[in-house]
Write a protein that binds this ligand. Sequence first.
Ligand code: ADP
Length: 178
Amino acid sequence: LEPKEEFQHSSLTADVMRPRRSDPPLAVLTQEGMTVEEVEALVESTHYSGFPVVVSQDSHRLVGFVLRRDLLISIDNARKRQEGVVGASQVVFTEHSPAPADDAPPPLRLRGIVDLSPFTVTDHTPMDITVDIFRKLGLRQCLVTHNGKLLGIITKKDILKHMANDCQQRPRLHPLQL
Ligand code: ADP
């Protein structure tokens, strides 16, 4: 995001973030309750570079953010090396969790790969401020919240695409309207 590219329009982060109304819902992981198989299915059915971790599907309270590649490497390593980790093992992103039932396979603890302080903006943040945050902090993605609940995600590419669309539309305006 070049500093010289001006972003003078009055869009809000809500206008640029994903998912859009017609998109599938945000792909999230819950801090506990998902199995290795379920996490693998979610990762493999999408191409996203990362996944927010939330307290629960109902609350959508944000716990952190985990990169796709870290998830895949950790699951792969655990399946190869960690005794007893199988598809039905629970994936646990919390610090503490209740001991598994006697007959349950051992859980896979992945708190270590979670970024527990991902950058967030609210959906009402004007886009020029969000763009400034991306520039100044060199972000690749940022999570979007509303009233403390996770609502969406915005990536550097989403912003670049939005800026490119804006540039295409501008020549259609009369110069006095610019
Ligand atoms: P990039 O935008 O650099 O290609 P991604 O591959 O992570 O990065 O994201 C592709 C698109 O999907 C972007 O529009 C982004 O906003 C959206 N996206 C990213 N992560 C998720 C997610 N976990 N759930 C839903 N949409 C996502």
